[in-house]
Ligand binder design. Structure first.
Ligand code: ATP
Length: 235
């Protein structure tokens, strides 16, 4: 469904992504894990069309998209829930959600997806008319995921969905990812919490300073000695 070939991304003279290749198969949850500054966010922003790559190719459902504008990429079925949430604080919860559906014309479908977002996250329904800026960090995270879902994506990219969340809230977000997978959504998950991400991922890639240093099934990486030492805090 998504294929990245030898992707290189630079900010001026700083090369953040140094030639990475990976694939996401339809129906899978794939995770990119790695420490701060490894290039995970840069990779997602490049796939979304927010940053133009220096070199390499990005293919989504058989179409090359590395020169495609961001709004067209959304229309193709690729949604991005960004790091730091980026919700619109003055708009209501419901208006924030509806922004995710900006490109859709199927009103009935949009209405049913709004109901689904409310089912997944009841707090969004309870507070639908409240300005989103009054939400806690975890609630804003749910809103960001809900908004990304409103485009009814084929591929959903989640950047650090657990960031700043309590363990309970984090479990809820992880359970939501499992739920979305069951519904047939393909997911590319970026996480610093390697334990959580690898536990639910079909396949994982470990990024270090802009390069993929390890790749395997989520299960295999979870028991990999190097991964355990470097990312799961074991001696
Ligand atoms: P984190 O988990 O901390 O967000 P990350 O793996 O997502 O890390 P990126 O945010 O992609 O990493 O950053 C990769 C590298 O690119 C880092 O060295 C970072 O300092 C640099 N970088 C990121 N954004 C910019 C920018 N706008 N301008 C210059 N350098 C940047």
């Amino acid at each position: 469904m998504l294929e990245i070939k030898d992707l290189k991304v630079a900010y001026g003279r700083v090369r953040a992504v140094k030639g990475i290749s990976f694939t996401v198969e339809e129906g899978q949850v794939v995770t990119l894990v790695g420490t701060n500054g490894a290039g995970k966010t840069t990779t997602l922003r490049t796939i979304s069309g927010l940053i133009k790559p220096e070199a390499g190719e990005i293919w989504f459902q058989g179409k090359r998209i590395d020169a495609t504008p961001a709004h067209e990429i959304t229309v193709l079925g690729l949604a991005h829930s960004p790091e730091g949430r980026r919700i619109f604080p003055r708009l209501t919860v419901e208006d924030n959600l509806m922004l995710g559906a900006f490109a859709r014309r199927d009103k009935a479908g949009v209405a049913s997806d709004l109901d689904r977002a409310f089912d997944l996250f009841p707090i969004l329904k309870e507070r639908r008319s409240q300005p989103a800026g009054t939400f806690s960090g975890g609630e804003q995270q749910m809103l960001a995921i809900g908004r990304a879902m409103m485009s009814r994506p084929k591929l959903l990219m989640l950047d650090e969905p657990s960031m700043g969340l309590s363990p309970l809230m984090m479990q809820k977000i992880m359970a939501t990812i499992v739920e979305l997978k069951k519904e047939g959504v393909t997911i590319l998950l970026v996480e610093q919490n390697a334990q959580a991400a690898l536990s639910l991922a079909d396949y994982g890639y470990v990024l270090e300073v802009g390069q993929i240093v390890l790749q395997n099934t989520g299960k295999a990486l979870l028991v990999d000695e190097n991964v355990r030492k470097a990312y799961l805090g074991e001696d």
